[in-house]
Design a protein around this ligand. Sequence first.
Ligand SMILES: Cc1cc2nc3c(=O)[nH]c(=O)nc-3n(C[C@H](O)[C@H](O)[C@H](O)COP(=O)(O)OP(=O)(O)OC[C@H]3O[C@@H](n4cnc5c(N)ncnc54)[C@H](O)[C@@H]3O)c2cc1C
Length: 527
Amino acid sequence: MSAPPSYAVSVPLNIVIVGGGTAGWMTAAAFAAVLPPAKRRIRLIESSEIGIVGVGEATLPHIRFFNKRIGIDERELMAKTQATFKLGIEFCDWARIGDSYIHPFGAYGTPMAGVPFHNYWLRQRAAGIEAPIEDYSVPIFASRMNRFALPSEDASEVGSMFGYAFQFDASLYAQYLRGFAEARGVERTDAKVVDVKLHGEDGFIESVKLDSGVEIAGDLFIDCSGFRGLLIEQTLKTGYNEWTHWLPCDRAVAMPCENAGPLMPYTRATAREAGWQWRIPLQHRTGNGYVYGSQFISDDEAAAKLIARLPGKALGDPRFLRFTAGRRKLTWNRNCVAIGLAGGFLEPLESTSIYLIQIAITTLLDYMTENSGMERKDATRARFDPRIVDAYNRWIEMEYDRVRDFLILHYHATERDDAPIWNYCRTMPVPDSLVHKMDLFRRRARVVTYKDGLFLEPSWVAVYLGQRVMPEGWNPLADAAPAAAVEQKLRDMRDKIQRAVMRMPLHEDFIKTYCPAAKPSMAGAPS
Ligand SMILES: Cc1cc2nc3c(=O)[nH]c(=O)nc-3n(C[C@H](O)[C@H](O)[C@H](O)COP(=O)(O)OP(=O)(O)OC[C@H]3O[C@@H](n4cnc5c(N)ncnc54)[C@H](O)[C@@H]3O)c2cc1C
């Protein structure tokens, strides 16, 4: 066991969170769970009049580490938020109309002699022995069969070769976290922030003024106020790096519907004439939305297309959202840290926003518990080490940039020429960092991997191959083993995977016994 963390704060650090959406309540819950009560006072201000974005229903497996770290019970969370399991994302019609591939939460096959599996698959394919790469993935095969079971803890079994995430009702998630945080001492105020006072000498935030006239002072301000960036932008004028030229979708229309068909353990993203449509199955309803570029389609037309393509009976009215792809130039500026939409936004194609919130929170907490970031030794002002602030900002930048490249790949690597958005994306210049990654994959199927940040090798392989970025060769070490032995090994692997998946219950049945949710009181109230 590593040494217990030493806490930087010697008298309570006054933490003020502005905003009570997913970002605000995730931050409040995590801070309250991790920082000892004597070392902190946490206040959260939210305005029920303004409300929250409330979409954000699909997550990544990393959320399970977050839950574990702060002590959230997974079954309880799932039951309270009408959640389902998610094994990956199905992409329909992205490279060509009619295509479908799944980006799975888990590896394809197993490496042999230290060489990643996809190299052997490419070798087999070149020899004409073709089984789709999907056949070597537990989460993909389980998704196609609508089956689910928790991964095996025995690493020698194929049933251990995957992870999972959740699909949940975002408004219920914020509510759940609120209960969790308040039970641990977080003080909530329902009011609107109408003014922000800065310290004269250095422009740090001193206090926020509420519409009730009350002023709340703090040491550290967390801006979770959503797209408006009340503190980080409207007050501190931090600036924004905009990436619309690479990610041209800037609007969405969302509309839930009744469930129809089997309960899928995955999210679906279908490419459309001006963007793409999501479909997220929950226990009580299906979330749907059309993410589009306003230069390619009008709001009314997008809503009409979405409604016409709903898989079940509509629930509620369409909700329109506007956004600009990018991130703040600094997400930590002076004594303000912007988390969630206030910090930046990358469209929801790979369900990365909640992950980015989580990373911001845990990185910040790590600095707070390493005796290196924040100090307040007495009644004077808290101190922030600029080197820590800089390190934090660099980390978050790296996370955003890596997600950005991965998202761009989906749009850019397409053969579609049937609509202006696809012609634009197919021919647009992309960041050098992505050009380099694609070049390496095209040449010898090499995936640029890294220790930190999204995404891991199987994710890149899934999207490269799914988007028809076919390598010219593969790692020559994969040619060392005799062809017959490789063929036999791959066949065994496929058989084992199929048998393991067919032993799993249907996703719907698993949910009924593991984490059934109460029937909603108002059937179909949209989130
Ligand atoms: C179309 C779309 C689809 C998405 N899908 C996904 C997904 O599948 N997966 C995923 O991970 N993420 C997704 N996201 C992102 C996700 O919705 C957000 O990351 C998440 O909801 C966090 O929002 P937030 O808490 O930062 O902001 P918000 O939900 O906007 O909350 C802002 C808070 O600030 C408060 N506030 C604002 N101004 C004031 C004021 N003056 N005074 C007091 N309080 C104030 C509001 O009351 C509210 O409580 C999606 C986003 C969009 C737009």
